[in-house]
Design a protein around this ligand. Sequence first.
Ligand code: ACO
Length: 387
Amino acid sequence: METKNIGLRDITVADTKISHIDGKKGKLIYRGFDVLDLTKNSNFEETCYILLHDHLPTQKEFEEFKRKIRDSRQIASQMQKNMGNWRKDAEPMDVLQAFVAALAGYYNEKGTAKEISHQRAINLIAKVPTIVASWDRIRNSKEPIQPDSSLSHAANFLYMLKGEKPDKELERIFDVCLILHADHTFNASTFAAREVASTRAHMYSAVSAAVGALSGELHGGANFEVMKMLLDIKNENNVEEWVTNRLKNGDRVMGMGHAVYKTVDPRSTVLKELSKTLAKKTQMPWYDITKNIEDSTVRYMKKEKKKEIFPNVDLYSASVYYMLGIPMDLNTPIFAVSRVAGWSAHVIEERFAEAAPKPMLYRPKAVYVGKYDGPQGCAYIPIDKRK
Ligand code: ACO
């Protein structure tokens, strides 16, 4: 018998109230709210509140939530000192994964298990940006910049990274990027977080596993690969040939295709507009090149493979981050800066969901297709008797 469900594609493993993708209509919903509505009317901090609490905050709840996040942004100076011991060329996602896990060694939250999980969620949302920005400063032999509690989440991150406060337009563009990446149902990293949480391991442990899963190029790592592709292509005239060669070789075009959306990913529509706006502002070619990659890939796949393909969230986010002046190997850590909100909400749901069916320890089966022991297979031979 062979395994029928490689990659768990058709397997439903849990009920969730956190987010929903309608892959046919191209809709993404957070706790009942259309993500496109949130990008127009909300902001990242409020989106975090909605994901964690399942309702829109009152003014008072929101002020309190924002205060908690802003007060938790700083990381222990010892953590920054320890970062100084890492190789300067260490991958930012490796640094992030290690320091997310290390938070358990620096902070000792008190309360019931549920209260601790909520405090840790706040800590993670607040501190992941500081870890990412601190590492970028430290690897470049610069002093980390302390968070500024007068700034929004988006503006504060750009400030800690670059040392200057962004203008309102750049702040809003980055804020929208954060909203768009905040959750996406049972993607690989969220499933990793929930799988670890199902063992009753704690929030930091679950989220550090999620960071590891996000680092892979078929998941969050794709936006880094997209930027490498753009720099390799260099100008619009090279796109068609580059894309055709790649697809003829059986390679994938990063930023295209999705396991769930079989139509346009709504996030890519918003990011496409942001990329266009930034290209106008910066006079850079990256929007035009990306648009050409999209068109060439769609054309090739339709003609040669009879397959419809659409851009995913990574295709246009790569150029958006690049034009915001963010180093390209921070594309995936920035994904984590946002997605940590979703991971935290999922860990809490995994651990404390009250409605049936309650989550339980994940333990899938595998079909063993290896050799058997005993007369039909392998009998142990002492090392000195082996040929
Ligand atoms: N380039 C070329 N061919 C592709 C691409 C692509 N980007 N995406 C899908 N295909 C082809 C596959 O080769 C496959 O063809 P085959 O059946 O002849 O082997 C077929 O289309 C499979 O299509 P789907 O079933 O729609 O996609 P699947 O679920 O297998 O893969 C995935 C989804 C992994 C995201 C894929 O589209 C891919 O590798 N894309 C590039 C990497 C990427 O951008 N990842 C980011 C995803 S979004 C995120 O994680 C944040």
